[in-house]
Design a protein around this ligand. Structure first.
Ligand code: ADP
Length: 157
């Protein structure tokens, strides 16, 4: 089974890493796909996000980090993927994720979206929270994998 886990990953967090690790176990191949969409307001460049994700997935041989633009269904078809992976946190994710899943299915009904419930310790963790804490110089070591913290420290110094 070939899966695609799409997202902004701006920056990648422990919550993302948890989903990547779990999805890599039941996928033969997992593409972690960074959305390169210029209309989104992002803090980290696509190349920085690709570097960060590549670093934290080094130990997972069936995971490949890529970027894509345009429609997810087009990227998935091109990659030969049958499943889209999305993580679900609290109720706040539900409405948007449901809408995306139904939209993607209406565009390509060969693609199934699989939702993986977050691990409870990451329930309220998001890239936005990480960015907010970073803005005021707070500690993010419990929110992101160590290589991500190092990368951010280096790129901000
Ligand atoms: P997007 O802009 O596509 O929502 P994100 O990088 O914010 O990109 O999220 C990508 C995916 O990862 C989404 O499915 C989101 O719900 C999931 N996700 C984000 N944070 C967590 C977390 N703490 N636990 C589980 N899933 C998460």
């Amino acid at each position: 089974m070939i899966s695609v886990y799409p997202g902004s990953f701006d920056p990648p967090t422990n919550g993302h890493m948890d989903i990547i690790t779990r999805a890599s176990k039941f996928s033969d191949k997992l593409y972690v796909a960074v959305l390169n969409n210029s209309s989104k307001n992002v803090a980290f460049s696509v190349s920085d996000r690709l570097s960060m994700l590549s670093k934290i997935t080094e130990g997972l041989p069936n995971v490949e980090v890529v970027s894509f633009s345009g429609l997810l269904v087009d990227f998935a078809a091109q990659a030969g993927a049958s499943h889209i992976i999305r993580g679900l946190r609290a109720v706040m994710d539900f409405e948007y994720e449901f809408q995306m899943a139904l939209t993607n299915r209406s565009l390509d009904d060969r693609l199934e979206t699989l939702f993986i419930p977050t691990s409870v310790q990451y329930l309220y963790l998001s890239s936005s929270i990480v960015k907010e804490v970073l803005k005021y110089g707070g500690n993010i070591s419990h929110m992101v994998p160590e290589p991500i913290e190092e990368f951010i420290k280096r790129s901000h110094s």
